[in-house]
Design a protein around this ligand. Sequence first.
Ligand code: MSP
Length: 521
Amino acid sequence: MPKFYLTTPIYYPSGKFHIGTAYTTALADTIKKYKQARGYDVYLLTGMDEHGQKIQQVAEARGKTPQEHVDEMAEEAKKLWKLMEIDYNDFIRTTEPRHEKVVEEIFDKLMEQGDIYLSEYEGWYCMPCETYFTETQLVDGKCPECGREVKKMKEESYFFNMKKYANRLIDFYNQNPNFILPESRKNELFNNFLKPGLEDLCVSRTSFDWGIKVKKDPKHVVYVWLDALTNYITALGYLSEDDSLMQKYWPADVHIVGKDIIRFHGIYWPIFLMALNLPLPKQIYAHGWIMMKDGKMSKSKGNVIYPEALIERYGLDAFKYFILKELSYSQDGTFTPEGFVERYNVDLCNDLGNLLNRTIGMINKYFNGKIEAFPQNTSTLDKELENFSNGTIHSVEEYFDTYHISQAIGETWNLVSRTNKYIDETTPWVLFKEEKMEELQSVMYHLVENLRRIAILISPYMVHTSQKILSELSIPQELKNWESMKKYDEIKNIKVTEKPEVLFARLDQEEEIEAIKNMMK
Ligand code: MSP
């Protein structure tokens, strides 16, 4: 079985996770479910990035020790992933001994081989981002990443000799043009960081102590990015007694990250791996951000929206549908209550829900709920629909394979619309009146067949809806899997449900927009 190792970033436990954090995880989970459906042995890693000054400060503000704080947050995170039915294989926490021990060793090894050296660092430090910037990187004297105040700081630090590896990385980029996705982000990294010449990276701190101590110089703690990035291999047992997962799954097939952390994943991580003499991940995909009407989500603006409230009111499938559809491959998306309610009513309730209900209603009315076999005679309209849906399968696969999840969803909904249009074109009620039962039977067959395909196409992100559709149509088990979707003539002797359940009940627009506005904090 081919293997596929994918990861989410490990999240900072600095506050409750909002729909942005949920997005990265939902995206990774969708890719996992898709790959599994295509026959891969998939390993999905997620976790928490628990060290650093900011976490220490947040814990203090809550009157907790950092450990108490991160323990609570890890439980919260796991609860959310359970609610979202995230099928992760491992949840790594950087405070676990299995991680800390290996990071200590990695640091030691890199020091011994001369890649890490002691010096002094001076720069502009952004506390929330835990990142130093050079004077020229600042935007209007503020942090170029979050726009907040920065402070001039100086401290004795260990540095990683990035310069030594810069040319090797440039060669790697040139030889692997799809290493960083989307291409626009690769160009950004290349032009803004690699081309002007890499600075060595500061990899330790003495200004706080909530971190992994440098074994040979314990007044230093390992800077959070070297600590954090290595989670992708410590979780697989790198340098530990049992490294069978490492043998099996490394290198990662894809690291899924947000655009804000592509620099760390696209430059520093590959260089750390080169220094450790390990193969580099095959791809790094950086997605955009979920924005609000008034910019980024922030508590001070009171525009933060959390997944739990949306899932509780509208269900998991509708929530995932919205966020995954909204962020197109390389772009940001916007969450608005109006947009959410509209997508729910139009795409889910009208387009998909009605297609299923109309189809089941007609099969019951015209044929006592039964579909016997693939029709003997197919009309031009039937053939057109079949061809269209063959094309849909092909492009959905291509989009999924290249992480264009929103586009894969869009293609699927084009098939939903095309199938609805097929009803209008074939006018089954006229066929019935004119007693053209053979033609009518054929139309019903094609409707069921396309609904079956739609249900399978949405299965990586709308698990419940997919199962409901397949079960209401009473599709046999062997025709529910991805590969079976490529057949078009195998449904035989099925009897659809008499009373279809409403998949997505129509929402009262004004009421629900108000309800969602009230969820924002
Ligand atoms: N701890 C680091 C990652 C270390 S990985 C070795 C970190 N954590 S984070 O909690 O701040 O962010 C985690 C992920 O959530 C990032 O990929 C980030 O892009 C994503 N998102 C945070 N807000 C987001 C949106 N509003 N929209 C989409 N994703 C966003 O960075």
